[in-house]
Design a protein around this ligand. Structure first.
Ligand SMILES: [Zn+2]
Length: 147
């Protein structure tokens, strides 16, 4: 299931085989590869390269499931296992601020890009009413911090 707002990308092997093997669940490998090809092979929160055997690659929802975030590629980013595990239920901007206090370089531009593509798909397809206010408020804060 590739979102229609992303250009089709050729699958390529960009991860160490051990990393790929560590990502489980139906379609997880393919989804991770698509995300890494789209965004680059780094953790969105700390910037560490995640296509190495030392840093475990995970995908996580930008808009949490609890907030109504859909299971679409437009709602997923790659994060290292450490950051994914520590975020918990914090919202995007709270967690981004916390990461920066730790001295990590959060890819806020990537978060904006992914949220914008999610917003565009929802605008085109309708639905996802629970996720909309979250997207709007998080985008506003992220854009303010980028400018
Ligand atoms: Zn990380």
């Amino acid at each position: 299931m590739v979102g229609k707002f992303f250009e089709p990308v050729a699958l390529r092997t960009c991860c160490h085989p051990a990393i790929i093997a560590a990502v489980t669940g139906p379609g997880r490998v393919e989804r991770l590869q698509l995300i890494l090809t789209r965004d680059g092979p780094t953790c969105v929160w700390c910037g560490r390269a995640i296509d190495t055997a030392l840093v475990r690659a995970t995908t996580e929802h930008v808009v949490p499931r609890l907030k109504g975030g859909p299971s679409w590629l437009e709602n997923e980013v790659a994060a290292c296992g450490r950051c994914n595990g520590r975020r918990g239920h914090r919202n995007l901007t709270e967690w981004a601020d916390e990461c920066e206090l730790n001295g990590w370089s959060v890819d806020r531009a990537r978060l904006v890009r992914v949220l914008e593509s999610l917003e565009a798909r929802i605008a085109a397809e309708g639905g996802q009413r629970r996720a909309r206010p979250y997207i709007t408020s998080q985008l506003r804060r992220l854009r303010r911090q980028l400018s």
